[in-house]
Design a protein around this ligand. Structure first.
Ligand SMILES: C[S@@+](CC[C@H](N)C(=O)[O-])C[C@H]1O[C@@H](n2cnc3c(N)ncnc32)[C@H](O)[C@@H]1O
Length: 215
């Protein structure tokens, strides 16, 4: 398996959003966090290698690219913004990953996978750094709802606070899913928008690993 330090430097070199859109909560995950999260899913939980990975809200593709280096079978990188996906395409072409990562331009609400069309032994891992719902209050729940409709396991980043945690506990029960693990984490956000006052800022988040109740 590729060393973390090598993967971080590959991810660091990838291109970010050209003109990030605040209403889509576009920011690029920092390279260290992308690799830590994908290692958590792949190296510690064995949920990336040979799996079909869906990256919901893939943006410029940092999580997708990290999954490719951890030997995912295929990765479908879904985003509503064609300009973000153009950057993602440039990144995957530069790294020669065009046979592993497939960009799909779609609103997450309209993206569908027909589970029955895949061989039974293919597991689907969804990984997502969704909008936290700061701009559109319910954005994060649409991402989860969609991921639960076709995945075996979901890794999702959410703000670390009790209200969010309590909400998630109740919300996921409706879909017959459970929280399998909570990994407290700090994202480093670079200044992206005018209203950001600091050059970088740490944000406390939790990486949630969700599983279906019947697995
Ligand atoms: C916080 S950014 C994360 C980007 C990337 N995954 C990363 O970690 O660097 C959230 C992404 O979700 C996308 N997004 C927002 N709303 C969406 C929707 N309804 N359907 C699909 N993608 C959406 C945005 O365009 C943006 O790229």
């Amino acid at each position: 398996m590729i060393k973390k330090i090598e993967l971080i430097s590959i991810i660091q070199e990838t291109k970010g959003f050209l003109s990030p859109q605040i209403e889509l909560e576009q920011y690029c995950i920092d390279a260290q966090s992308a690799v830590d999260i994908v290692y958590f899913a792949g190296a510690e939980n064995n949920d990336i290698r040979n799996q079909l990975v869906i990256d919901l809200g893939a943006g410029t593709g940092r999580l997708s690219i990290a999954c490719a280096y951890l030997q995912a079978f295929y990765i479908l990188s879904v985003d509503i913004d064609i300009n973000a996906l153009r950057v993602l395409k440039t990144n995957i072409n530069t790294l020669g990953l065009e046979n592993i990562i497939f960009p799909i331009c779609s609103d997450v609400n309209h993206f569908e996978i027909e589970r029955q069309l895949f061989p039974k032994n293919i597991h689907i891992t969804t990984i997502e750094n969704p909008p936290f719902g700061v701009q559109t209050r319910t954005a994060d729940r649409y991402f989860l709802q969609k991921a639960f409709s076709f995945s075996n396991v979901v890794y999702s980043i959410h703000l670390a606070n009790q209200k969010v945690h309590d909400f998630l506990l109740t919300y996921i029960k409706k879909f017959d899913w459970r929280i399998d693990y909570v990994f407290p984490f700090q994202l480093k956000l670079d200044k992206v928008y005018e209203f950001h006052t600091k050059k970088t800022k740490s944000v406390d988040v939790n990486i949630y690993k969700f599983k279906r109740n019947d697995e």
